[in-house]
Design a protein around this ligand. Structure first.
Ligand SMILES: Nc1ncnc2c1ncn2[C@@H]1O[C@H](COP(=O)(O)OP(=O)(O)OP(=O)(O)O)[C@@H](O)[C@H]1O
Length: 212
């Protein structure tokens, strides 16, 4: 399915400081877009605006050529957002975390799919371990298992490579490429260099040019 998340004239201030303004963004089928900028330049804020978590901004958002306010439910049904923090429960096992995540989205899901999702991120054998007892990189992998579990057209990912080892980074880069090659879209922030992804579109925050 073709789709497009479109932002026009986005502007946002924090404490009387302009984070960004006049920002135009299009992310659609087959697009991989990276938001770059130094610490505090507004990358997370921008992703939260684009994923519908904040409303204190100026500008307009649309989804598939319709004003976001009219299609918010459809947008969220097609969105997978992974935040800066892994967003997982330390007191639940890896498997229970995925079941909890599915329940939040109104799905019951199958345990075999959850097992497969954990295997895909290298966590076979850790299914029944409390997430609070996993390493930081393994916790991030539990969060990343959601990419396998819940098919969504658009992925908005805030620093998905955080705490991931070299092999995990390579696997995630491949996963991002596969997603866009299959018609999905990815919008993400990362301080990580990704030479294997080639020359991807970038949006520069923090006073630089905007070229999305
Ligand atoms: N709820 C808030 N209230 C006030 N200021 C905020 C709020 N959220 C973010 N800020 C400020 O907005 C600025 C941008 O924050 P943001 O987290 O978007 O930056 P970032 O580019 O993602 O940074 P980093 O690379 O360090 O993750 C920061 O100066 C931050 O203090």
């Amino acid at each position: 399915m073709n789709f497009c998340l479109r932002a026009r004239g986005l502007a946002c201030e924090r404490d009387d400081r302009c984070l960004f303004r006049d920002l135009d963004i299009d992310v659609g089928s087959g697009d991989l877009v990276r938001i770059e900028g130094p610490n505090g330049s507004g990358k997370t804020t921008l992703l939260k605006i684009l994923s519908g978590q904040l409303d204190d901004y100026q500008g307009t958002l649309s989804w598939c050529d319709r004003d976001m306010t009219a299609v918010r439910g459809d947008f969220h049904a097609n969105l997978l957002y992974l935040g800066h923090a892994p967003g997982i429960h330390a007191g639940l096992t890896a498997l229970e975390n995925l079941a909890w995540y599915q329940a939040l989205g109104g799905e019951s899901g199958r345990e075999s799919d959850r097992m497969a999702a954990l295997a895909s991120v290298g966590l076979s054998g850790f299914e029944d371990v409390l997430v609070g007892q996993l390493s930081a990189g393994q916790q991030r992998r539990v969060a990343l298992a959601r990419l396998e579990l819940t098919p969504r057209l658009l992925w908005i990912l805030d620093e998905p490579f955080t705490a991931i080892d070299k092999a995990g980074v390579a696997a995630l880069e491949r996963r991002l490429l596969t997603h866009v090659q299959c018609g999905g879209g990815v919008l993400m922030t990362t301080h990580h260099e990704m030479p294997s992804l080639g020359d991807i579109r970038s949006i520069h925050l923090g006073g630089g040019a905007v070229d999305a």
